[in-house]
Ligand binder design. Structure first.
Ligand SMILES: Cc1ncc(COP(=O)(O)O)c(C=O)c1O
Length: 394
């Protein structure tokens, strides 16, 4: 038996013992609404936001809408006092629909059309991120209305998603970019960075903050007002992640050298949204192919599990109904419903024999998954439900 299969056997038994959701409640939701069903947990959104805010007490949160652009999530976070990180006009429309004022928003997309800048300004967002001369020049027409942050690139091979591959200037470029903006009469008030999403340790954040601090000191003629540390805060998928309080301790220490006049911002997406949604699916077909049983579910990597492709995530997935403890566990494959063979969720699963109609639950699916779901094969995107812990838990 392979190591992965042995690990899954243990995980399977632990999952059956540990609970965390109530099978009867999930069965009832499936009967009422059908599957696939994307369940967003209001209480978890709040507790993730509060845990991160507690772990970084000096930092103001700007939720990265892209992770899970959902009106209930936006309204809940607004009610809790969270601000928002905008990247597109569509995200601005979502904030408007949720009556979010522009005060605590930042436009963090380093590349924009002129019409995007106008759209954000009409909404009232005045802080923008740039990382090159061409982008700075787009603000000449709006120089009296805007304040810029320069995004710095800190490559990070340890991140699951290295966001500095595509955006950010090298640290040494910052003085030239600031000088260029100033020569055009545009105000630069700070810097931003993103050390990559789902990072295993806080060391990249700590190093980046230290370098930004040295940069601020080396340019005392600039009235620095903002340090925006992006996201990166990790969550558990199939393996453990560092506890958030422990993760943030060295970050707080690194931030402590910043003068109090500097506004410290973070743009968490994954940490808030990821653990806050579960995806309930049904087995719609079953076939024995060689040594493995293939289970075809009513959603897969083209749908609300799309993060397995785009976000390199591997979600914990388990049957909802408990099986007898002595039921044999068999090598199995979980596949999505579309006609494409890339639509395989897990090829190396061990599962008890499941009937067609069995319910399967994927957890930790809130970030970058429903957000990038497609309707390939004209399967509709899964229905979402906004629930509290009581509605799904034991
Ligand atoms: C500019 C920016 N800020 C914040 C985030 C959110 O990052 P995370 O989900 O790691 O918290 C992203 C993710 O792509 C991003 O591009």
């Amino acid at each position: 038996m392979s190591n992965t299969i042995q690990q899954q056997l243990t995980a399977h038994m632990t999952a059956q013992q540990s609970g965390g959701f109530c099978p009867v409640k999930l069965q009832s939701l499936a009967r009422t609404h059908g599957t696939p069903l994307f369940l967003i947990n209001e209480d978890q959104i709040a507790s993730q936001y509060q845990a991160l805010s507690r772990a970084l007490p000096a930092v103001k949160m700007r939720y990265a809408i892209k992770a899970l652009p959902e009106p209930h999530v936006i309204r809940k976070l607004k009610q809790l006092g969270c601000g928002f990180d905008i990247a597109t006009n569509g995200e601005i429309d979502l904030l408007k629909r949720c009556d979010v004022a522009a005060d605590n928003t930042i436009h963090s997309h380093p590349i924009k059309k002129d019409s995007d800048i106008q759209y954000a300004l009409d909404y009232g967002c005045t802080t923008f991120v740039v990382d090159n001369v061409a982008e700075i020049d787009k603000f000449i027409a709006y120089k009296d209305q805007v304040q810029l942050l320069i995004r710095i690139n800190f490559r990070n091979q340890d991140a699951v998603v290295d966001l500095s591959r595509k955006f950010g200037c090298v640290l040494d470029r910052v003085p030239d970019l600031v000088a260029h903006a100033q020569s055009q009469g545009i105000q630069v008030i700070g810097v931003s960075f993103h050390v990559g999403s789902q990072v295993p340790s806080p060391s990249a954040h700590v190093q980046a903050i230290a370098m930004c601090s040295t940069l601020f000191e080396s340019m005392p003629h600039i009235d620095w007002k903002v340090l925006d540390m992006g996201g990166g805060f990790p969550i558990e998928y199939q393996g453990p992640a560092m506890d958030i309080a422990t993760f943030c301790e060295p970050i707080n220490e690194a931030l402590s050298v910043m003068p109090p006049s500097i506004d410290l911002l973070a743009e968490p997406g994954r940490f808030i949204a990821g653990p806050s949604a579960m995806h309930l699916m049904s087995v719609v077909g079953k076939a024995q192919r060689g040594a493995r049983t293939w289970y075809y579910l009513d959603d897969g990597v083209y749908g609300a599990l799309s993060g397995q492709i785009y976000d390199h995530a591997k979600y914990p997935i388990k049957p909802v109904e408990t099986t007898p403890a002595d039921a044999p566990l068999l090598p199995s494959v979980l596949a999505g419903p579309t006609c494409d063979s890339i639509d395989v969720i897990d090829e190396d699963k061990v599962l008890p024999d499941l009937p067609v109609g069995a319910l399967m639950l994927a957890t930790q699916v809130g970030a970058y998954s429903m957000a990038s779901a497609t309707e390939f094969n004209m399967y509709r995107k899964p229905k979402s439900l906004w629930l509290n812990q009581q509605a799904i838990g034991q």
